[in-house]
Design a protein around this ligand. Sequence first.
Ligand code: VTB
Ligand code: MG
Ligand code: MG
Length: 332
Amino acid sequence: MSQGITVQPGQLIERILTLELVRVTERAAVASARLRGRGNEKAADQAAVDAMRRELNRLPIDGTVVIGEGERDEAPMLFIGEKVGNRNGPKVDIAVDPLEGTTLCAKDMPGSIAVMAMAESGTLLAAPDVYMHKIAVGPGYSTGVVDLDASPEENIHSLAKAKGVKPNEINALVLDRPRHADLIAAIRKTGAGIRLISDGDVAGVIFTTKPDETGIDIYLGIGAAPEGVLAAGALRCIGGQMQARLILDTEEKRARAHQMGVTDPNRKYDMTDLARGDVIVAATGVTDGALLKGVSFGKDVITTETVVYRSATGTVRRIYGEHRELSKFHLD
Ligand code: VTB
Ligand code: MG
Ligand code: MG
């Protein structure tokens, strides 16, 4: 446990696990990267899931998957409620998206990552794989500078004012989907720019934390809930603000969410409701992207790039891995 931080014993995730998480996302990334550009999303996803499960089960943790992805698109998944780890360690919540951006991977387009979070038991929002309204900005703004329930115009104007720029100097990031037609029109009316992405809103939210590098000030729109919780975990470590609301538009989804502990289907969550305890988040690039370089397969060495976030200290590390055994034995 780090010196100088006043916490009760047991409240922090052992920091050594930070590196263990890196191992897990590295393996998932390498496994799915072998299937980059093959046009087969399911196979790439399955490879990532299998590798992630295998590595997770080697960890000295008593883990429960609370965020698994795949129900929505019937992808192979680490299912919600699944126990992972060798049980020889702390009770932790696990959130996974073994291959975030399956289409990006299948088409060998930029931005697919293997991503997961580990947190103190009971501190990550347990949510079904449904859609989620999200809004996020990076650090440095006073609380409430943007609000999920304000109009896009209000949010852009308020953010511009807080940043000390004109609305047309603000850039938003939005998933390119027909459902966002009105949102896009409303943002454009303010003069703000919009970067449209085809997939990958975990990275999209993280981009808001470094507007000078990424050019992105704000994330807006509807993505998936698992990605929302993972992004909130990362944001908790770096700083920033996020609000979200599950879209529970059928009786079935409401019942499923209720079963998982969501008593108010219209609840507006903020960043700390989504991830409130000590949390570690790791992501490894599968294809090259703005956040991370993808896996590269050399003759004798496989290289990976991983970023790992730790909320206890706000530490962000980038880890470049050279994997020789993996290459030699074609292990994943
Ligand atoms: C987003 C995107 C993901 O799911 O969360 C999206 O960031 C939402 O669902 O990469 P739709 O694709 O149905 O709009 C992904 O595309 C895949 O997990
Ligand atoms: Mg995903
Ligand atoms: Mg996925």
